[in-house]
Design a protein around this ligand. Structure first.
Ligand SMILES: Cc1cc2nc3c(=O)[nH]c(=O)nc-3n(C[C@H](O)[C@H](O)[C@H](O)COP(=O)(O)O)c2cc1C
Length: 301
């Protein structure tokens, strides 16, 4: 029998490209609550049902499992900040976004791709999560393209199209990750940087392939993690998140993004991007969460 290693299983689950939602409701004190979730799925048309999985360790566990209903807000690709806010320990997660009550009473966020205002249909206990099944009482779908998520990175269609079609003045960098460490190189001034090279005429994907080969590693070219402008020379950068296989690189080394390592990143924009990556990795946001808590006294239906 295969030994199921939680981290490896989480990474494998994370390879499934999903959208991103914010699940909202009201707590017992009539305060709006919400958390980011990519475990959303449609379930049934008749009756109209959907589901989302909630971790047993959620600070909103009691409120959500006793609520009369909840709303699913399908985030648009411009709403990465909202996704991060509702996945972080922020006191008032609603303070930076516009929202109003849906027809059934669930908090609905402005500008989302779609929302579903649901009554609670069933709650099913499932290991370290509960499955909240909602019955759609009202919904609306807009035209804003949805935000995507895979292997711990946001994926946006507009961004990729803009970047990959006909733009050759970018510097491509590879954010190569393995077991919580990132491949870093020594730059000309003795600081640390990501492996990078200009896009060239053959395009970003080809530049990335060459870059990975030059580092002497086996890694899958992944999704765009970030597009940013160098604060000093205004050069445009595009960084791809790539998963590396086992094996030593011929250039650079895999390092953890600890504070002391981040201090050695000379480029301020690159350092900000890697700080964000370190934070988001620590949020366990690969799509599935393995809590060690044994809080399995969930309501079951
Ligand atoms: C993209 C993304 C998807 C997530 N999906 C889920 C999910 O499906 N279920 C879940 O319980 N937590 C999920 N999380 C984690 C929660 O949003 C995060 O743990 C949050 O802090 C929970 O807040 P709470 O404890 O206040 O409920 C996800 C986080 C991110 C960034």
């Amino acid at each position: 029998m295969m030994t199921i290693e939680p981290r490896a299983l989480r990474d494998a689950f994370g390879s499934f490209l999903t959208g991103v939602t914010v699940v909202t409701a009201y707590d017992q004190n009539e305060q709006p609550i919400g958390f980011t979730a990519n475990s959303f799925s449609s379930v049934s048309l008749d009756p109209p049902l959907l589901l989302v999985c909630l971790s047993n360790s959620s600070s909103n566990f009691d409120a959500l499992t006793t609520a009369n209903g909840f709303a699913i807000n399908v985030l648009a690709e411009t709403q990465i900040e909202i996704s991060n806010t509702f996945a972080s320990p922020v006191e008032d997660r609603f303070s930076d976004c516009e929202w109003q009550n849906g027809p059934y009473g669930g908090p609905v966020i402005e500008g989302v791709s779609a929302w579903f205002d649901c009554s609670m249909y069933n709650i099913v206990q499932a290991g370290d999560h509960v499955i909240l099944i909602g019955k759609v009482e009202a919904f609306e779908a807009g035209t804003a393209p949805g935000l995507g998520y895979a292997r711990g990175a946001y994926v946006t269609s507009a961004l990729e199209t803009e970047v990959l079609v006909g733009r050759s003045n970018f510097i491509v960098s590879a954010l190569v990750e393995r077991n919580g460490q990132v491949l870093l190189m020594q730059d000309k001034s003795g600081g640390l940087s990501l492996p990078e090279r200009p896009v060239g005429k053959s395009g970003a994907t080809e530049a990335l392939r060459v870059l990975i080969k030059d580092c002497g590693i086996t890694a899958a070219p992944g999704f765009v993690y970030s597009v940013f402008e160098d604060a000093n020379d205004h050069q445009q950068h595009i960084s791809f998140l790539c998963q590396a296989a086992e094996g030593e690189p011929s250039k650079g080394a895999f390092l953890e993004l600890a504070a002391a390592t981040l201090e050695l990143i000379a480029d301020q924009s690159l350092r900000s991007m890697l700080e964000r990556f370190a934070t988001e990795s620590n949020m366990d946001n690969y799509g599935v969460y393995f809590d060690q808590s044994d809080n399995n006294d969930a309501v079951s239906g």
